[in-house]
Design a binder for this molecule. Sequence first.
Ligand code: ATR
Length: 276
Amino acid sequence: VQRYAVIGHPVAHSLSPRIHAAFARQTGIGLEYAAIDAAPEDFDAALAAFAAEGGVGANITLPHKLRAAQICTYLSEAAQRAGAVNTLTRAATGWQGDNTDGVGLVRDLTERHGLDLRARRTLLIGAGGAARGVAPALLDAGIGGLYIVNRTPERADALADMLALPGRVHPRYLKDVGTLGNFDLVINATSASRGDPLQSLPTLPINLIAPRGAAVDLSYGEAAIPFLAWARSARAHDCIDGLGMLVEQAAESFQRWHKVRPETDAVYAKLRDREP
Ligand code: ATR
């Protein structure tokens, strides 16, 4: 059997092994998919050990997406633009890096949730690995102006520079978020609610979301609760967590590895059902 894994820290609660196992059953492909916990300083060694044991593909999750981009011998255009990798494929020359988070998010928003992203004035909160992963695909999907705010302003500037579309991408100070007008799409790409102990979200004005606007948290489960509670109080028309994106990015990775596109709706429905 071919060996695959997700590498993260923490990783015990990752749904990726379950998702890939379901795709494998559905498509009749024999594979093994493990979860590997590696602290940041152990990432390179963990990946080398996985390769030595015959690993041919890996999903990379927090906090390793930026490091993974640095160790690849080849990066797809999506990974280059994001500066972050969530999918590694073993080649004779080393690891090839790709990023399926952005296409996964766009697919979830447009196809599962039926959102038309074109011309949506968009606020991206956060400028870490998750934000970098999704920003290029959102721009490709035709959103309007992309405003980026981040606790550490330099990282918002760096992400905007990297996207290299000065007419469409505008880094702003998080403290000025109340002066930017309202948005048709507000995306929480911070890890604020994922921490342990739970850290609090940045304070956001209640009039931040335009009528019929959508709010999206890239996290799912408990980590998405605070932002989506705020979004409901801000009367967002759509309040969407990252579970669909998770399933879609997995399907994109699966397709790159196995050259078959799995069907995602049943897997998504099953994971949604099991939620607390
Ligand atoms: P990820 O891969 O999840 O994006 P990351 O690269 O560590 O992880 O980035 C975390 C993001 O969440 C960053 O934008 C971070 O802001 P800084 O760049 O200032 O660190 C943001 N973040 C984390 N905790 C936060 C908090 N309590 N309030 C606001 N932003 C927070």
